[in-house]
Design a protein around this ligand. Structure first.
Ligand code: FAD
Ligand code: SF4
Length: 511
């Protein structure tokens, strides 16, 4: 072989131009390495899904005539890091040219830059041909601007890519945003369609992880990995989503329920983040389905979905490349608390957290509002160190890759960036959680109380957070109402609220 091409675990893009023409002088390589398995405690389903999807991709490439080697975790030849393996393979096959695709994680970008700097052969980096936007497009878009408003970026992307646009510049339905029609609670007795699950047998990769004593979390039945691991399954899930979930996606996008873990969500994040399918394919499928089924699928549902992918997903990637590596260390509120152990076990009496965490441990999945308004909200109100919060989110979710995890966690959810991603911290008391879920109905704590022994911890912690960070937040116009209410509260009640919060903060592990 003359050329060696590295394919990372999140670069499983069969439609990449690398695979348009066969060339027998090219060797491709995918590898399972300990530098990747050990940087957080990956959920066991996440680790197995990555290995299974990578191996499946290697098999597909070989079957299609693109020579590919797949280094397993326990292969004798495996040096357990990308750089070491590449150097070894270059020698072994007397490679003349090394090629790779632009990594989406800063850590790997640095590693591969370093590797290439040290090579004596030529090398070349290619685009991944996955996103709508290039790495620096968002940075250029917001150059010289103070705030990075997602909405303005999203509208520009709609126009640029002509998505849900009429006559060149009008938004479909004459509105850019249909949020007011969305975000309802699940009505009593409403049963969403069952999620489409797969039964991929991942016993072999599971055994390799166990034998190598890789530290993981969560549960798995290795013969039934429910996540899609290849194009056929991912396209099947996309089709299922359009037919069974899209019609109520927007309506119930923020709803939470003790009996439902996936509701009307697409669960396509793993397939997209590994690049098995592209955001364009997903957006196009949803819009085509809507166009052909306008009687059953309304515009607000499809716009809500498109906004997540063309808007938020591209936006987060752009913010990541604009703000890394500084972003990784931002801690606007100087929060230093340790994450309570029950985040790893689900053993808490707070019903909303118990459900959201146990669901995450069982399925490697929670939907956006569970991540933002339950686990994230609590961590923020409790003053947890964002490093610990990031570590948890990066570990537990099937779709957790740093570019999209850290911008959501440290940025949107913890406001540790001081307002780059969000215009105010996402905080809420029991009132919001009760409005969007049935969690409070079965909880040990009282959603209506903020001072008593059984008062919902969110209530006192909410006021305590705003009181503590007054200096940093009170000038935010979006919070003026909060401070007005707090200032109007009877001083005796205020002091009781703060002392209840103090008690909870000192006893986080016991909640
Ligand atoms: P759906 O609700 O069906 O949405 C469709 C798609 O839109 C998703 O697959 C995803 O690609 C995209 N999307 C939706 N919201 C966002 C968002 N805020 N940012 C980027 N893309 C979005 N998403 C990840 O992919 N990886 C993560 O590690 C991750 N960590 C998060 C951490 C926190 C604290 C929060 C609040 C959100 C995080 N998200 C992350 C965003 C979002 O929660 C997930 O993308 C979504 O829940 C995935 O499930 P789904 O595919 O069913 O999404
Ligand atoms: Fe969560 Fe409080 Fe509601 Fe219990 S009462 S479920 S802790 S919000």
């Amino acid at each position: 072989y003359k050329k060696l091409r590295l394919i990372l675990g999140d670069q499983l893009n069969r439609n990449h131009s690398w695979f348009q023409e066969k060339d027998s002088s090219i060797l491709h390589v995918l590898m399972e390495v300990k530098t990747e398995t050990d940087y957080v405690w990956h959920h066991i389903q996440k680790a197995c899904a990555f290995f299974a999807a990578m191996e499946d991709f290697a098999k597909t490439l070989n079957a299609d005539g693109f020579d590919t080697i797949y280094l397993k975790l326990d292969d004798e030849d495996n040096q357990q890091s990308f750089s070491k393996n590449i150097i070894h393979l270059i020698k072994k096959f007397e490679i003349e040219v090394f090629q790779y695709q632009m990594p989406d994680e800063y850590r790997l970008d640095q590693e591969l830059n370093g590797l290439c700097d040290g090579l004596t052969i030529t090398y070349k980096c290619f685009d991944t041909e996955h996103f709508y936007t290039s790495r620096n497009e968002l940075g250029d878009f917001f150059a010289g601007k103070k705030s990075l408003l997602m909405e303005s970026f999203y509208r520009a992307m709609r126009l640029k890519h002509n998505i849900l646009i009429n006559n060149g510049d009008d938004p479909e339905g004459d509105k850019w945003n249909f949020d007011t029609e969305n975000r309802k609670k699940l009505p009593k007795g409403h049963k969403p369609n069952a999620p489409l699950l797969f039964d991929n047998d991942v016993r072999k990769p599971h055994q390799r992880l166990v034998a190598a004593k890789i530290r993981t979390i969560g549960s798995i039945e290795p013969e039934y990995l429910q996540w899609p691991i290849n194009r056929k399954q991912s396209l099947g899930l996309l089709d299922y989503f359009c037919k069974n979930c899209l019609h109520l996606f927007g309506t119930f996008q923020d709803a939470m329920h003790t009996d439902e873990w996936s509701l009307y969500h697409s669960r396509l994040s793993f397939s997209m983040n590994t690049k098995i399918i592209s955001p364009m394919e997903v957006v196009k499928a949803a819009i085509t389905f809507w166009r052909n089924n306008k009687k059953t699928v309304a515009l607000n549902q499809v716009e809500g979905f498109v906004r997540q992918i063309l808007g938020w997903r591209e936006y987060m990637r752009g913010v990541y490349w604009m703000k890394m590596p500084e972003f990784e260390n931002l801690n606007y509120f100087n929060h230093t608390e340790k994450l309570p152990d029950w985040y790893w076990t689900g053993k808490t009496d707070m019903n909303c957290l118990k459900h959201s965490i146990n669901q995450s441990l069982n399925y490697a999945y929670a939907h956006h509002i569970q991540r933002l308004m339950v686990t994230g909200n609590f961590a923020l109100l409790a003053g947890i160190n964002p490093d610990e919060v990031d570590f948890w989110y990066l570990s537990i979710y099937i779709d957790a890759i740093q570019w999209v995890e850290i911008t959501n966690t440290r940025g949107m959810s913890q406001y540790a960036d001081g307002g780059i991603v969000g215009s105010k911290p996402y905080t809420a008391s029991a009132n919001y959680i009760n409005k969007m879920s049935n969690y409070c109905e079965h909880c040990k704590y009282d959603k209506n109380d903020k001072i008593g022994e059984n008062s919902c911890p969110f209530n006192s912690l909410y006021w305590n957070f705003h009181d503590q960070h007054r200096e940093k937040l009170q000038r935010n116009p979006r919070l003026s109402m909060v401070y007005r209410l707090w200032d109007k509260m009877n001083p005796e009640l205020k002091s009781k609220v703060l002392s209840r919060a103090d008690y909870y903060l000192k006893n986080l592990e016991t909640l």
